[in-house]
Design a protein around this ligand. Structure first.
Ligand SMILES: [Zn+2]
Length: 69
């Protein structure tokens, strides 16, 4: 069975690579690390959303003033 390594996109073969679908142990460990860091990323966007919500009302206020002008 052929597949692509999810980490480096290298072609992998289940008959050749024992870490299939990863090309090797390095990519398998990297994938575990990616999952672990994704858990941290999930809690981070809260800050991004707050920043966007704060920035939007300011733009909404400025634009009507400019168009009335
Ligand atoms: Zn790989």
């Amino acid at each position: 069975m052929k597949h692509r390594c999810p980490i480096c996109k290298k072609a992998t073969d289940s008959e050749v690579h024992k870490d299939f679908p990863f090309c090797g142990e390095r990519c398998r460990v990297l994938d575990l690390g990616a999952w672990a860091s994704e858990k941290y990323v999930v809690s981070d966007p809260i800050f991004d959303e707050e920043e966007l919500e704060v920035a939007d009302p300011e733009d909404a206020r400025r634009k009507p003033n400019d168009t009335i002008h």
